[in-house]
Design a protein around this ligand. Structure first.
Ligand SMILES: Cc1cc2nc3c(=O)[nH]c(=O)nc-3n(C[C@H](O)[C@H](O)[C@H](O)COP(=O)(O)O)c2cc1C
Length: 266
């Protein structure tokens, strides 16, 4: 492959920049006390804060400016049809002019989606019972975007509900292998792919057994190579660090473990 960027890339003008983000269903409270539910994907989370990108003119944003409480419900990839049932509707009545051609008013979003509301513990809007991951949150502030088209809703997550099957029983951890968020990429829905690696902070990285035993007996080790399908690890004696054995790892998860060690040691 050429290293000249002009030959490997081209300048394009895509209509959207939806690179691939999990979909969520945001639940807010309508003026009459009923819940509104809308699909969205723009968001990021850091610490206990979640920031949502919500369009001006939508019922969700209007509701949040009035009652600053919400639930953010993440459906599983297999639940995409429920999301799509809400794709052409708004809780706003009358439907804003710019949306009139492609949206209809729907006051009963849960029924429309074929989903059930379940009461939240700390906030007024209900959660989506079927969503494996449900966040209860309180709005901290709403920042209008520079273009005026949407607002960034900054909210503090006050409670997290996770379906048992996506958690690691007896811990507060979500099981990354069991959780399949619905990914929205350039207007298509995807399941996530296979695990390809992890970061050093994961609580689930398993040290290959031989290396673990070697370390327990007082020895040290160093990863000298980590490639696509194998890795080489040298087991070093505790006295003087001379190489006692050269191990070849081929199990994909062990190769990934070696890749992480090598990357971290750089
Ligand atoms: C998969 C998907 C992702 C969407 N992402 C967003 C988003 O990130 N922010 C947003 O404001 N609207 C998003 N929308 C559009 C809203 O769902 C749509 O404007 C809806 O009418 C809002 O409902 P409401 O007016 O009742 O709040 C998305 C829709 C779909 C189907």
């Amino acid at each position: 492959m050429s290293s000249d960027p002009a030959s490997t890339h081209r300048v394009i003008e895509p209509s959207v920049l939806y690179v691939g983000t999990p979909v969520y269903l945001v639940c807010t409270q309508n003026p009459d006390g009923t819940p509104n539910l809308a699909p969205a994907s723009s968001h990021f989370a850091l610490g206990r804060t979640i920031v949502l990108g919500l369009e001006e003119g939508g019922q969700s944003l209007e509701n949040l400016r009035r009652v600053p409480e919400l639930t953010v419900n993440f459906p599983a990839a297999s639940q995409w049809q429920h999301v799509e049932r809400l794709a052409g509707v708004t809780g706003r009545n009358p439907v804003p002019v710019e949306k009139a051609a492609s949206y209809a008013f729907e006051p009963r979003k849960f029924e429309r989606a074929g989903l059930r509301p379940v009461a939240s513990g700390l906030v007024a809007p209900p959660r989506v019972a079927e969503a494996p991951l449900q966040l209860e949150a309180r709005v901290v502030r709403v920042n209008p975007s520079a273009t005026g088209e949407f607002a960034m809703v900054e909210a503090e997550v006050v409670r997290v509900h996770a379906a048992r099957e996506i958690t690691v029983e007896g811990t507060n951890h979500l099981n990354p292998s069991a959780w399949h968020p619905l990914i929205y990429t350039y207007r298509h829905f995807f399941d996530r792919g296979d695990e390809v690696g992890w970061t050093r902070k994961t609580p689930f990285a398993v040290v290959p057994e031989t290396i673990d035993r070697w370390e327990l007996s007082g020895g040290t080790w160093q990863v000298v190579f980590a490639g696509e399908d194998h890795a080489t690890v040298e087991l070093l004696r505790c006295d003087g660090g001379e190489v006692a054995e050269r191990l070849t790892l081929v199990d994909p998860r062990e190769v990934r473990w070696a890749t992480v060690q090598l990357a971290d040691g750089m």
